[in-house]
Design a protein around this ligand. Structure first.
Ligand SMILES: [Zn+2]
Length: 358
């Protein structure tokens, strides 16, 4: 079945992990043997050949660069200008991959329709994977006029915050509001019709964003707080608000967001019984709140700074996402529901957001 994955950090992996995503997963893992600079060395699960193997023909792919104030111990750039430059390097990589026929950027609904058709009909072994450009954390938007520049090169979604206090909004493990600067960002996003990605917003900033943003909202990679009690996951009230606004929420496969009590660098997926099926529990919870299967999808985040050591133990590569439809079928989801979860909900969302049709 055709799959849509709403969250991958492809360019971060290329430019910071130094992974050539055109290679096979075996080659990428092999090249990292003996490296210890990142916890997931030799354990990556995402590359272009595996995306094709999993029939994942459209992804939302990020630019990402954090700014940190003096005294913030998190890794990040020391000025927004440096963060912007980092995202421009990432953009240059996406462009080079487009030139090489590995990726194709999707900027509007016609692009999406074209991609669906060519993916289905192409007999090529190396068919281009469609990507929608998103920015995870807005720190690199030096001033608001940078956002229009970003829109012009194809930016179509933006999460104002990431895992930290941010320049425009407060993210995971932070607290506090977006304030006038964040609200101005939301206004400019609305003018440009950039999708608001609610993922990573802390509770205060989340509710403030809901109050001030009238454009399309999705949550690209988010699980449920009822199942894993942490501020990174959404409470039932937040999920209900997203449903009310027509959002789609992407189930995420980072082990610590799937099962409770995960300790980074210590817990083991097998011992924690973290298997692929758990993400369906999160999806199912959202469906119970919604009373339908129209608000969930996949937002795997499988290359978000971790690999097999922090992924479901029965997942080898991203191609294994192809097992999710079967898992839904076993739980009694209809074939129409399953197609919606695999791709239909994200596509319907985009059609509405990009053609202004009801
Ligand atoms: Zn993230």
């Amino acid at each position: 079945m055709f799959l849509f994955d709403a969250h991958l950090d492809l360019s971060m992996n290329a430019m910071e992990w130094n992974r050539d995503l055109r290679l096979s997963i075996a080659e990428i893992r092999d090249r990292e043997k003996g490296m210890t600079d990142k916890p997931d060395r030799g354990k990556g699960t995402v590359c272009f050949p595996e995306l094709r193997k999993g029939n994942i023909g459209i992804v939302v792919a990020t630019q990402i660069a954090r700014f940190v104030e003096r005294g913030n111990p998190l890794p990040g750039w020391h000025s927004p200008e440096q963060a912007w430059a980092q995202t421009q390097g990432q953009l240059a990589w996406y462009r080079t991959m487009e030139k090489d026929g590995e990726l194709v950027q999707l900027r509007n609904w016609q692009d999406v329709q074209k991609q669906l058709t060519s993916w289905e009909t192409s007999k090529e072994e190396k068919k281009p994977i469609g990507y929608i450009l998103s920015l995870e954390g807005a720190d690199s938007i030096v001033t608001l006029d940078y956002l229009e520049r970003a829109y012009e090169y194809g930016l179509r979604a933006l999460g104002p915050a990431h895992s930290a206090p941010g320049r425009y909004a407060q993210g995971t493990d932070a607290t506090g509001f977006m304030g006038p600067k964040g609200q101005a960002l939301l206004k400019e996003m609305e003018r440009l019709n950039i999708i608001l990605d609610a993922t990573h917003l802390c509770d205060d900033s989340f509710w403030e964003a809901m109050d001030h943003f009238n454009g399309p909202v999705w949550a690209s990679h988010n699980n449920c707080r009822t199942l894993v009690n942490h501020n990174r996951q959404f409470s039932d009230d937040q999920i209900r608000e997203l449903i009310r606004r027509g959002a789609v929420i992407g189930g995420v496969l980072d082990a610590w967001m799937m099962v409770p009590d995960w300790v980074r660098g210590v817990s083991d997926p097998k011992q924690m019984n973290c298997k692929l099926e758990i993400v369906v529990d999160h999806m199912d919870h959202i469906c119970q709140l919604a009373g339908n299967a129209l608000h969930i999808g996949i937002g795997s985040d499988l290359d978000g700074g971790y690999g097999r050591e922090q992924s479901p133990y029965d997942l080898d590569t991203i191609a294994d996402l192809q097992r999710i439809p079967d898992m839904l079928a076993k739980r009694g989801y209809s074939s129409e529901d399953i197609a919606n979860v695999a791709h239909g909900n994200w596509l319907r969302f985009l059609e509405k957001a990009w053609t202004n049709q009801g």
